[in-house]
Design a protein around this ligand. Structure first.
Ligand SMILES: Cc1cc2nc3c(=O)[nH]c(=O)nc-3n(C[C@H](O)[C@H](O)[C@H](O)COP(=O)(O)OP(=O)(O)OC[C@H]3O[C@@H](n4cnc5c(N)ncnc54)[C@H](O)[C@@H]3O)c2cc1C
Length: 452
């Protein structure tokens, strides 16, 4: 255990413990996603101890989660161990723990690790980069029937649900149940919903072709629902229209302007109509993690902390919120909740703290530089919007592939993803078609979704 994390024993779980008389100041970064890692890395040459805390031991490249959910990639291909950062950065210590409390008055956070208990860690600066989670817009009861896509276990749950539905469709004698198993409803037509729907369409028509004697997977019905007027609302209307056409060509039924009223074990009720479906996936919205609310500062409707132009929290000097957990405005428009914004914010705050430690003041507020927005719609097709530049098609898809390969966290990820993509591109096959077995003792057979 690094000296930076003086720890409590489980039986003295709530005692405030910290390394006595710290020689150097300490920056605690909560969350090792895009924003947290960028903040920590920007402090690598600073004369400060950096504590990077995450409840997971791995960083996830979320833009490719949908490919794990649709069996193109396996989880390890889009994840990297956070602890590896200690090798690269001498002033950094990684702690696997869930932050459960933040007290700006005493400048401490409370973190809980399995087997260790709760410990309190003091900070001089704190960077909150805890990201977002799926939001069911006040209907959390939908979550048990419609998983969101935010981490690797969500992706694996979705993959098992999709593959399991075909297995059950192939075994049931009941026509209507077979149709229900082969109906997939995706709620939310933002980039994740669109990418997931297109990848699923490709999978049922190409990858699973000829795999079942009793059913034809290509007959599966894939429905993409959204209450809004069009798919990809953050893109220009012309690109939304192209994407709708492309999805339709792939066999996805796009239903916009349709509000989901209920999600239950039988399917969804949307726009007054019941759609029987065994696989409903939620890609509709996100809300910030609960940590910003613990600051006692103002938050927006999605729970994101309202920060000043330097990304600092009002009345809490040295406390910053970055990435999806922060509500940041530029030219009266919200900065989008995307990876590049999170990286830029984390980097900015890391640099700001490094300068402050040298006794210099940062005068320039944070500015988001938009490098462009992309979404991929199946094989050979992507859309890109950057300022007034709007492109779509095969070349854009190549750019998308290149950008994503380069953005993966480690060389190992880049090589493995390239190899898998090449294999899938040439053969149409997907190597990660696994339905996990239930843990030993939990019954026999694979972990299939419920059959009636
Ligand atoms: C499916 C999906 C697809 C996406 N596709 C794209 C895309 O194509 N392009 C794009 O630019 N953006 C995309 N995004 C958005 C992008 O991934 C996010 O904007 C970005 O991850 C935000 O970075 P962040 O660091 O704020 O949060 P995250 O990357 O979510 O990281 C938050 C970290 O905080 C940790 N954490 C949370 N709470 C606690 C706690 N209490 N204690 C300890 N640790 C905690 C989490 O474990 C996590 O590691 C996508 C997001 C999703 C979910």
């Amino acid at each position: 255990m690094s000296a930076i994390f003086a720890e409590t024993r489980p039986d003295e779980a709530s005692a405030v413990v910290e390394a006595p008389r710290r020689e150097r100041k300490r920056v605690v970064v909560i969350g090792a996603g895009f924003a947290g890692i960028a903040a920590a890395r920007a402090l690598r040459h600073a004369d400060v101890d950096v504590a990077l805390i995450d409840r997971r031991n791995h960083h996830i490249f979320q833009p490719l989660l949908y490919q794990v959910a649709t069996a193109v990639l396996s989880p390890a291909e889009i994840a990297a161990p956070i602890r590896q950062l200690e090798v690269k950065q001498r002033n950094l210590s990684v702690l696997l723990a869930e932050v459960t409390g933040v007290d700006v008055a005493t400048r401490t956070i409370e973190a809980s690790s399995p087997g260790v208990g709760v410990r309190k860690i003091a900070y001089d600066y704190m960077v909150i980069a805890t990201g977002a989670r799926p939001s069911y817009f006040g209907h959390d009861e939908f979550a048990q029937f419609a998983p969101g896509l935010k981490n690797l276990s969500d992706a694996e749950t979705i993959r098992a649900k999709i593959l399991g539905a075909f297995e059950l469709a192939a075994t049931t004698e009941d026509e209507s149940e077979r149709a229900r198993q082969m109906t997939f409803v995706l709620v939310g037509a933002g980039p994740t919903g669109v990418e997931l729907a297109a990848s699923l369409a490709q999978m049922v028509r190409v990858t699973l072709r000829g795999n079942f004697r009793r059913i034809d997977p290509a007959q599966a019905s894939i429905i993409l629902l959204d209450a809004g007027k069009r798919v990809l609302p953050s893109f220009a209307e012309s690109l939304s229209a192209k994407v709708t056409r492309r999805l339709t060509k792939l066999g996805v039924k796009v239903l916009t302007g349709v509000k989901v009223e209920t999600v239950d074990a039988e399917g969804v009720v949307a726009g007054g109509n019941r759609i029987p479906s065994a696989t409903v996936l939620w890609t509709a919205g996100v809300a910030a993690s609960p940590i910003p609310k613990m600051l006692g500062t103002k938050t927006d409707r999605a729970g994101r902390a309202l920060v000043d132009p330097f990304l600092e929290v009002a009345d809490a000097p040295g406390v910053f919120v970055v990435g999806d957990a922060a509500s940041v405005f530029q030219n009266e428009h919200p900065v989008p909740g995307v990876a590049q914004a999170a990286i830029q914010q984390g980097h900015y705050v890391g640099r700001l703290i490094a300068r402050e430690l040298k006794g210099r003041k940062v005068k320039r507020p944070f500015r988001y530089f938009d490098r462009g927005n992309m979404a991929v719609v199946g094989k050979n097709y992507a859309v890109l919007e950057r300022g007034w530049v709007r492109t779509s098609g095969f070349l854009t898809w190549l750019v998308w592939a290149l950008v994503h390969i380069l953005a993966l966290p480690q060389l190992q990820n880049r090589l493995r993803v390239q190899r898998q993509w090449l294999w899938s591109y040439v053969t149409g096959q997907r190597s990660s078609r696994l339905i996990p077995e239930p843990p030993r003792g939990a019954g026999s057979g694979p972990d299939l979704p419920r059959a009636p």
